[in-house]
Design a protein around this ligand. Structure first.
Ligand SMILES: [Zn+2]
Length: 481
């Protein structure tokens, strides 16, 4: 058997930090990067006798996540104690939801080469984050600032088939949750991280193979690479006649491999019990509806609208809507511009390189971008001049229309002027002309480039190419003595 005879079966458990001001069971702040152990109290440190109270905002954000992912929010759910002993968990249990989660049966759409596919979301539940362990100098230190930060865990159906699909799922998920204000989505700060379950089976088989779990992946690229490696590793084991063992692994970015953390013979026994210190969570129909109405336009719907309203290719619209701020920026440019598609092109192919991506901000105002698109669209400047102007706008603001006039940057459409520039260029480059005559079509590009240079990039490209071809046909190279 070879790699292509196998099918990978992948499911994701994504942990998302909710964007609340305070923790889930106490009023300690959730801000990131504070001095260790300065954002904690007896409740989030799990001291005996401390009583939790549920942060209602965390519940609301979890409901919004459920609705944004097309799930069913349950009118009544509970919290449970998941018991395990580890230094990052001072109470020796985590408050989570076992039996009845806050939401079930959602889905998320990903684009694949075979078209869009809906990936099922089994459940979304609320839980508290654990403390952070810092391993240094042979010692382990505990920072309780993160202990009790509200999380949701989003569990997908095992319907993903490759590392690429898993990364796309994660990207879309993040985009939806960030655009709804549910999380800040900062993966480098751990606001969104995932555990991946991977197994392989022979193509066409319905029986699931033995799966491994890769813990705590915190970037799209690592998720993709870890899965690709793990799928290959499992296929190779099976091809060699060895068995895949049920185990927990982690991704080592330096070597690009997954490495064994621990083997597990069977599922851990967490001895779940209903949390006695918290009442059940009730959600009325009205409350769920109000939260649903508070959701903004979701990225997918927005991409469809932008594509339709402004005539953008679907792929471009999707890239724009991955980040709500980027889409906002585009829309404010497009709304005052007769050439929105050109504005999108300039933005995606040029400007984006100079923008701060996290959170998105552009050094060029939307108004200026729209003027550049208009100058191009109405034929005043060619694309090469527009790109140069854009680059200059990144350095400092000015009025592009006025500058084009003052500096004489308008493109040359005058046939006579262009013909003269072409004739001069040909006279100076007999070698390239001879090459062209001898059938080297690449010489054409080089001559065109020289005409552009001669006109300081202002020649209208299509007309120039047309004239250049015409002139070359009749052009005689003077014999060299
Ligand atoms: Zn606290």
């Amino acid at each position: 058997m070879k790699l292509s005879d196998f099918e990978a079966v992948i499911g994701l458990e994504v942990h998302v930090e909710l964007k609340t001001a305070t923790k889930i069971f106490c009023s300690c702040p959730t801000d990131f990067g504070a001095e260790p152990n300065t954002r904690c109290c007896p409740i989030c440190m799990g001291l005996p006798g401390a009583m939790p109270t549920l942060n209602r905002r965390a519940v609301e954000l979890a409901v919004m996540a459920g609705l944004a992912l097309h799930g069913t929010v349950l009118p009544l759910c509970r919290t449970d104690r998941k018991q395990y002993f580890y230094p990052d968990l001072p109470k020796a249990y985590q408050i989570s939801q076992a039996g009845v989660p806050i939401c079930r049966n959602g889905y998320l759409t990903i684009a694949t080469p075979d078209g869009d596919r809906d990936i099922g979301i089994t459940r979304i539940h609320i839980e508290e984050d654990a403390a952070k362990l810092i391993h240094a100098d042979g010692r382990t230190l505990v920072d309780y600032n993160r202990s009790g930060v509200p999380l949701i865990e989003i569990v997908s159906e095992p319907q993903l088939r490759s590392g690429k699909e898993a990364a796309d799922y994660l990207r879309n998920l993040r985009s939806i949750l960030v655009s709804c204000g549910i999380t800040d989505g900062k993966m480098q700060e751990g606001s969104l991280r995932c555990d991946v379950n991977v197994s392989v089976r022979p193509l066409g088989s319905a029986k699931l193979g033995v799966r491994t779990e890769i813990k705590n992946l915190n970037s799209f690229a690592f998720t993709e690479k870890a899965i690709e490696y793990e799928v290959r590793r499992q296929c190779e084991l099976i091809c060699r006649g060895e068995a895949v063992r049920m185990e927990t692994r982690r991704y080592d970015a330096a070597s690009g491999k997954t490495v064994l953390m621990r083997t597990k013979e069977r599922a851990e026994d967490y001895r779940f019990m209903t949390e006695p210190d918290l009442p059940p969570i009730f959600l009325s129909e009205e409350e769920i509806e109000t939260l649903g109405n508070a959701l903004p336009e979701l990225p997918e719907a927005r991409a469809a609208r932008l594509s339709k309203t402004y005539g953008l290719p679907e792929g471009d619209a999707r890239i724009l809507c991955e980040d709500a701020l980027l889409a906002d920026y585009f829309e404010s440019a497009a709304d005052v511009c007769a050439y929105p598609r050109l504005a999108a092109n300039l933005l995606l192919s040029e400007l984006l390189r100079y923008c701060e991506s996290e959170p998105f901000s552009s050094p060029v105002s939307a108004r200026r971008l729209s003027v550049l698109a208009e100058l191009m669209g109405e034929g005043t400047v060619n694309s090469s001049t527009a790109k140069k102007l854009l680059l200059r706008l990144c350095e400092g603001d000015f009025d592009p229309r006025e500058t084009v006039e003052r500096e004489g940057l308008a493109q040359i459409l005058d046939t006579e002027l262009l013909t003269r520039a072409i004739m001069e260029t040909l006279a100076e480059n007999p070698r390239a002309v001879a090459d062209y005559k001898n059938g080297k079509t690449a010489a054409m590009r080089s001559l065109q480039g020289r005409v552009m240079a001669r006109t300081a990039g202002r020649a209208e490209p299509v007309l120039t190419e047309h004239l250049l071809k015409q002139i070359l046909e009749e052009y005689e190279v003077e014999p060299h003595v």
